[in-house]
Design a binder for this molecule. Structure first.
Ligand code: SF4
Length: 224
């Protein structure tokens, strides 16, 4: 199957069957989302959704967080992964938001990446979720799923992002990010993808190879 046919089949299937897809992180404004996304690196959304209500009650805006300390922030986020680094990032991010951006979360992914703790993926999440910019954030699920399905054969995150961005129409990029994340989280899971329950199997390169007998079911291939 040509890659363009894979894209069309998969995007059409998701558009029809998953018309609404959004972040599982809870937030009420751009500041809350940026806090949640910084905290979510290598941690589960479920854990972050438990941690953010008390954290954001204590620090409801960038100013209150910027006037705090790493030690105080740490007390609220000690149960997430890498709490020391994330405390430092949250303090630095809030200070820069106040000092350079007048407490307004910027829209431009390049500007967003100036904030401590905000890499390319986080910047793209904020830009697409909050500002509906036509960018695709490639996290671990998107990276794995895109390569496994056959939407990209790039070896690094930037290459996968470029392949997805050039093949997915701009109006579908924001939702496609969520489609792929949710698919990777619940169906096309890392170790044992649930191919029998998968609606896009007919367009999946991995499934195609599996059924042609060319595929060896080992962990290397499963993680492709
Ligand atoms: S068919 Fe299997 S490998 Fe392919 S997308 Fe679905 S769950 Fe993933």
């Amino acid at each position: 199957m040509k890659r363009s046919d894979r894209y069309k089949g998969i995007l059409d299937w998701f558009a029809k069957n998953v018309p609404v897809a959004q972040s599982e992180l809870k937030f009420r404004n751009p500041y809350e989302l940026i806090v949640a996304v910084i905290l979510s690196a290598q941690c589960t959304d479920k854990r972050i959704n438990m941690v953010t209500p008390p954290l954001l009650k204590r620090f409801p805006d960038p100013v209150s967080m910027s006037e705090s300390s790493e030690e105080e922030i740490f007390k609220y986020i000690r149960s997430v992964t890498f709490p020391n680094n994330k405390s430092r990032h949250l303090l630095g991010m809030s200070k820069m938001l106040v000092e350079k951006f007048n407490s307004v979360v910027p829209e431009d992914p390049e500007e967003l990446q100036k904030l401590p703790g905000v890499g390319r993926k986080t910047a793209n999440v904020i830009a697409s979720v909050i500002y509906n910019k036509p960018v695709i954030a490639v996290d671990t699920h998107v990276f794995r799923v895109a390569r496994r399905i056959g939407l990209s054969s790039a070896k690094d995150v930037l290459g996968v992002e470029e392949d997805l961005t050039s093949a997915i129409p701009s109006e579908q990029r924001a939702i496609a990010h969520h489609w792929l994340i949710l698919h990777g989280r619940y169906i096309c899971v890392a170790r044992k993808p649930k191919c029998a329950d998968c609606g896009i199997a007919a367009f999946c390169e991995y499934f195609e190879k599996l059924n042609s007998g060319n595929h060896i079911l080992d962990s290397t291939n499963l993680n492709k």
